[in-house]
Design a protein around this ligand. Sequence first.
Ligand code: FMN
Length: 327
Amino acid sequence: MKDIRLGKAVIPNGVMLAPMAGASDYAMRTVCRAHGAGYAVTEMVSAKAMMYGDRKTAALAAVRDGDGPLAVQIFGHDPETMARAAGELAASANAPAAIDINMGCPAPKIVKNGDGAALMKDTALIGRIVSACVRAAEPCGVPVTVKLRAGWNECRNAPEAARAAEAAGAALIVIHGRTREQMYAPPVDLAVIADVKRAVGVPVVGNGDIVSAADAARMIDATGCDGVAIGRGALGNPWIFEEIGAFARNEEYTMPTVRERCLTAISHARLLVADKGERVGVFEARKHFAWYIHGIEGAPACRDRIMRSATLADMETAVLELAERYE
Ligand SMILES: Cc1cc2nc3c(=O)[nH]c(=O)nc-3n(C[C@H](O)[C@H](O)[C@H](O)COP(=O)(O)O)c2cc1C
């Protein structure tokens, strides 16, 4: 596992926290960084909404001190709007380490507008979008990266899409080895990741189903990719970045104890509440608590209590009682 250089940033060991709408927000990134995630990507941000000056969108795209290197991911389909968003982000005082373009979101409400994974149907459009964004962001020294799917459907044209993106100036390609039709379910296709790696000269980051250091090493060995992006494998398990770091240094890794898991869940929830306020923070913390305690004996009853809790204090009591059973 090797570091990837991307503009002024370094992606340590080539490992990044993947973008996840509703999950990879400031709180999650902060917890993952505390456990070794060197590079992260925001939740996807609508380029169009940015141009309307939407406040919530601006908050999603904000790069805060200490939260770097961070790529801001934008979605859309109109080259001009995408470029205006990329240019605005790149020129801001706290510019991101990169602008990432979403070409993988399979959600119906996104693809019906021609955004996200729908871009995989039109590699010429991919070229126009990337080239417009590069023209807007490059003068500020901010590279443009893309996140692809294997394809829209079984035609699996990711290598062609990657070549179009590279020719238009993309500095790095992330490839989720599933088609849009496959959403998130069948095992990831390592062959298409290997094909993308062979198709381009820029660094290629493989993505899909990595839940351990061994999985990361397997994907790199099997495909020749330069790094990996971790999504669901980091939900409730920010230690995966420590595990991969230890693996890269040939050191032993010790899994977190139940108490550590519970205390980290609490820190994560406190960050969420501090950032988004008690009402939204408590609502969003529920799913994170469930991920952190998943698989622990006694978790189902604890999860039920957490789901019914209206305050952070109640959630903390429930999870601390679970932790106490293991002392
Ligand atoms: C809840 C959730 C939200 C996601 N949101 C985004 C997103 O905003 N942008 C994006 O490019 N991919 C998004 N993805 C896809 C992930 O980045 C990743 O490609 C996918 O989950 C496969 O990797 P994994 O098996 O490591 O989770 C999302 C995935 C999940 C589960």
